[in-house]
Design a binder for this molecule. Sequence first.
Ligand code: LLP
Length: 424
Amino acid sequence: MDHFELRGGALHCEGVPLEAIAAAVGTPVYVYSTATMVRHARVMMEAVSGCGSGAPLVAYAVKANPNAAVLKTLGDAGLGADVVSIGEYRRARAARIAAERIVFSGVGKTAEEMGEALAGGLLQFNVESIEEARMLSAVATAQGREAPIGFRINPDVAAGTHAKITTGTADNKFGIPAAEALGAYGEAAGLPGLAVRGITVHIGSQLTSLDPLEQAFERLGELIGALRRQGHSISVADLGGGLGVPHGPGQPEPPSPAAYGTMVRRVTATWDTRLLFEPGRLIVGNAGVLLTRVVRVKPGARDPWLIVDAGMNDLMRPALYDAYHRIEAVRPTGHRSTVNVVGPVCESGDTFTMGREMDEVSEGDLIVFRTAGAYGATLANSYNSRPLTPEVLVDGQRWALVRRRVDVDALAAVQDLAWENPAD
Ligand code: LLP
């Protein structure tokens, strides 16, 4: 459920007409609904409440939408943070998310990143290789601190999602193969500066079936048993994120958070571990739209080209993953037409959809791409010297510009040419 709806013939985000935001900020612009993201956070927390031993922690995957106002909203709603870089760690702390509610994931953490997060405090590093554990051991020892860790297991399970957002098969770079886990825990237990107490898994994103998740969790459960038999005490299991969100009629309907919670409760019943979760898309995906204006309608060989002022640089998901985004007119007339929707970027990949039947619109009209709150603005870039897309947060009747448009002058201002070693 979301809070984008037609009122008086025009699409609103909560109490604010999108036309008003476009008039004030210009387009393209991302618009987020506070009520929607807070609701999703509550639904997720409720779905997993009572799972595992001790209070479960829902650590929002910051990568999905790292806007400071979004993080503040979600932190205040009771979420922790799953971060994958020191930049995300700093953003989570700046949003006042407590250190003991932050987990640090990712295959390529540098010694500098480890050092800063360890000194600043965190719940746990999710370590993805024994090589990483050795580096963290050295960093922790140098600081005279103990780093809490869990190993990420690669369960070799096909997630049934797009190949580029699948993370838990043997062909992916993530985690330690299950067969090597006992060896890794054995070595890490002997490394100074590490407190080995967790285990974690994340198999992919936009999952529309619980089966691969259940399979992965079953494997994790077996490993927890095997590790305990070897004398390791595993007190935390982080089940990652990945639950898909609905993209609208005709698209695969993902399982509900409640169904996910029921499955987790069943599979983990005997684990006797605290459970962590790392949802990203589920919390913010349907809490955001990308609002854009039709620049021109150009005749095409088959269907007309609807050229909008948002491009693949603003919303990369269709170009990267052939992702489907529902497209709606901000002021629908009731008429429909079949069009190709494309951006202004000089690449054929700058195509949002081909041959889509949608609300009929003309030059100058506003449309939205739905389900753009996750992996939208955060993946945006300035390709073709286009500005970085602004972001607006709506809360009831009020709204705020929470990232201003970073225009071409601002982008140019960080460029320079000052030679080092200007020898002769
Ligand atoms: N935890 C870990 C370790 C992750 O790698 C991810 C996402 C998540 C949690 C959150 O997954 P979620 O609940 O959002 O599915 N850019 C792609 C998605 C990439 C996901 C990367 N990892 C897209 O636009 O579909």
